[in-house]
Ligand binder design. Sequence first.
Ligand code: SAM
Length: 203
Amino acid sequence: MGFYDRHVLPHLIDFACGMGAVMKARAQIVPQAQGRVLEIGIGSGLNLGFYDAQRVEVVVGVDPSAEMQALARERAAHCQVPVEMIALELGQLQAADASFDDIVCTFTLCTIPDAVAALREMRRVLKPGGRLLFCEHGLAPDLPVVRWQRRLTPWWKPLAGGCHLDRDIPALIEAGGFQVRELSTGYLKGPRPMTHVYRGWAD
Ligand SMILES: C[S@@+](CC[C@H](N)C(=O)[O-])C[C@H]1O[C@@H](n2cnc3c(N)ncnc32)[C@H](O)[C@@H]1O
């Protein structure tokens, strides 16, 4: 991993993912989490301030980037809920089957190389009756925007840590063994190829 990925990208991601419209989108999903919560791709910990301390026992974060984890640990020190980290080894979450009440995944399915395999792992560790709460950007509903998403993704991906602009998020979630139960979609403020967001939950 080069200088850009290690020292520049984590701060760019923290800045971009911390913008007002993105934070508002998180605020509609993250407070719904309860119990023992797994956060996939915790990144710099931008969701931590949105957990409801009355409902959440612990947030267990996973992220393959040591640099992002370090930023998340800094935020965790000022957060109302206990935060722990677990490892991801060869795509496997280091957690027992059916060990989480809810899973939170925000702005991460765009980046995980094999998103379907990762979703199957989420399915494995989620308790029966538990929910996958998601807020993800992806494939737009408008063909001209989709064309830009397809054109830009090969250039965008290496600059943005592997992020794809054109993933069909509900289709991926269902291919990973979940059923999407609630879904709202729309563009956030900003360039349309990057800002079409899918929010909701699946089980
Ligand atoms: C755009 S950032 C979003 C971070 C955070 N979820 C947020 O909402 O601000 C994508 C994150 O996914 C992480 N990531 C990449 N591959 C992953 C994987 N296989 N499993 C979990 N997280 C992964 C990256 O390290 C990065 O922190």
